[in-house]
Design a protein around this ligand. Sequence first.
Ligand code: ADP
Ligand code: MG
Length: 367
Amino acid sequence: MTTISKAISCHVRLRPSHPNDGKTNPDSIKISGNRIEALNKEGDKRYHFDLDKCHGQTSTQEEIFGSVRLLIEQVYNGQNSTIFTYGVTGSGKTHTMQGSRSDPGIIPRTVQAIFQKRSEMRSSISNIAFSYVEILKDEVYDLLGDRFEPRKRDIRMSAEGQNIISDLIVQPINSVTEFEILYDAASKTRKTACTKLNSSSSRSHAILTLYLDMIEDHNPSNRKSGKICLTDLAGSENNNLTGNDKERMRESSAINTSLTTLGKVVDALNLIAERGNRDSAGVFIPYRESKLTRLLQDALGGTSQGLLICCLAPGEKFARDTINTLQFARKSKAVENRIPVVDNSQRRASAPLPRAIKPINGNAAFK
Ligand code: ADP
Ligand code: MG
């Protein structure tokens, strides 16, 4: 049995002003409750958007994490969750997702919360592991596996119909400190890999996935697994205007394709939702048109619950991007997912054991 529910909650976060923002007009972006208003570039038209939550310039990392907590709770029930940050370069996506040592963002806070939960649940979370990949110019790289030389990875379909990355390292972790060491090294790999591939990390998508194995009722034969996928998307600016050499153009076109495909997937899902799922058999959802949407397929119209955080930069030069970002938020808000309803009595009788984390060659793979 499945229930149909709103798949993606849409939040915005407006970052504080910065000297590089150029001319700012306090009137150009206004937040009032869950409504945000944005003035167009010409200053003659005001757009408004009603979203699930609007975080203003004084919002803290802790406050943002407050919105994420509910999704993490669902992972303990064996549900998958996806959180992504969207917006132009410089709007605060990496700050929100990763943050800094002194002001940690969603990723370190999520790991901290999971280990905290594990100590409270007295070891019913049996395994915690993570993978970290980057998509650059529509190619996938493993940030845990390709420390010295970036190597392109294939995506294939698993027997359960899920898109999985070949030879992906899924690294078990036993403490927050262990995670921090590996994550810091992988974040540096992201930067060096981008340099080696003649690019910048603002032009790549980074997906960090946390995998949890759980034991129910202290009975090792009752197990379930959940995962949480934390995605820092490439800058959503109009990439046609960026750079003029051949390599840069190819890169721009890959970013445009992946974010445009993301938009097209959302449009198709909205059409299905509008038709009330009755007349939706002929609606084509173009997941396969980019690696990003293949990897996010589960989050978009699959079984996962999602949170989209649209990051906005103040400054009049961002006016067009702000409206584009908010339009993307508005359409994502309507997407529906099918969430399996787990009947525990039936699950115990008939469900196969969930996938477990098994070490392979000193690393680990989610099998
Ligand atoms: P993006 O990943 O979208 O390109 P960044 O996260 O790198 O943008 O943010 C650009 C700059 O703005 C960084 O120096 C970052 O520390 C700062 N910044 C972004 N959001 C905030 C915020 N909410 N509070 C304080 N500084 C921020
Ligand atoms: Mg960034």
